[in-house]
Design a binder for this molecule. Structure first.
Ligand code: MF3
Ligand code: CO
Length: 266
């Protein structure tokens, strides 16, 4: 069943989404060659706890992290580990924070140092496809309109869309109805109504769309081991259109800070 949020519930969603956005902003400060993915996970967990939230992925059906860690060919649900990031890697960090009973869900894929131009294009197109999906998420339109907008944009650029994982409704639970696939036909699926909250999250592969799940039952990677990118926002459907409840602003501020060149004092 699809929940329509009350004004009070929407306030709760705003707060949870602000927390997860700030959390990824903290993570962004640490993404660099030489840093382990476990360090990033610790930063995220401590930030959420320090701000009165709960890391919702940690312990979810046994998942062992606050962040899902998605290095290079990992599509989703990778575990934090002792893996040391190296120049040229990409890393997706997918995070859900619960605050006072509501969930905010967001994901950002970072470049670690300088990356290959081709991989940079994959990141750019995947992020743009998220905003294409959001643009299509208008009241009175349907889930399939979002799906089709993401798929069309990515496939035109020469990439493929992962089929096995979808976006989703979100609220008092991390995953609510409806499912929000990143592929499909216009005009099908549930109608979008004001008060609905959904997480849109394109998972886009440079090579084929095929994925495999590792023997731990969680970690999902591309079958051809080519890179995969993933960005996610939680949004609210409104009377006029939609509002993006999460934001990449804190991430972008952190990334700018990192490249600032500090002249040595004379
Ligand atoms: N952000 C992920 C999602 O959108 C969170 C699920 S990861 C899990 O589905 F570890 F909690 F399962
Ligand atoms: Co999600």
């Amino acid at each position: 069943m699809i929940y329509i949020k009350t004004a009070e519930e929407i306030e709760g969603m705003y707060a949870a989404c602000e927390l997860v956005s700030r959390t990824l902003g903290e993570v962004a400060k640490w993404v660099a060659p030489g840093v382990t993915t476990r360090k990033l996970d610790n930063v995220a967990r401590e930030f959420i706890l320090d701000n009165g939230g709960r890391p919702a992925c940690l312990g979810y059906q046994g998942f062992p992290g606050t962040l899902c860690i998605e290095v290079n060919e990992t599509v989703v649900h990778g575990f934090p580990s002792g893996y040391v990031l190296k120049e040229g890697d990409i890393i997706g960090t997918d995070c859900v924070a619960e605050l006072r009973g509501f969930h905010g869900d967001s994901c950002y894929t970072f470049a670690v140092g300088e990356i290959d131009d081709k991989v940079e294009r994959l990141l750019r197109v995947t992020k743009e496809s998220l905003y294409k999906g959001i643009e299509a998420a208008q009241p009175g339109k349907r889930i399939g309109d979002i799906s089709n907008a993401v798929q069309t944009y990515c496939e035109k650029a020469g990439y493929s869309v992962v089929r096995e994982m979808c976006g989703h409704g979100i609220g008092k639970s991390m995953h609510e109805d409806p499912e929000v696939p990143n592929y499909g036909r216009k005009g099908i699926g549930p109608i979008l109504k004001p008060g609905m909250c959904i997480a849109i999250e394109p998972m886009i592969n440079m090579g084929s769309k095929n994925v495999v799940i590792e023997s731990n039952g969680w970690e999902c990677r591309t079958r051809d081991r080519k890179p995969s990118a993933h960005y996610e926002h939680t949004i609210l459907i409104t009377e006029e259109g939609n509002e993006i409840l999460t934001t990449f602003r804190y991430i972008e501020e952190a990334l700018k800070g990192e490249t600032e060149i500090v002249e040595p004092e004379k």
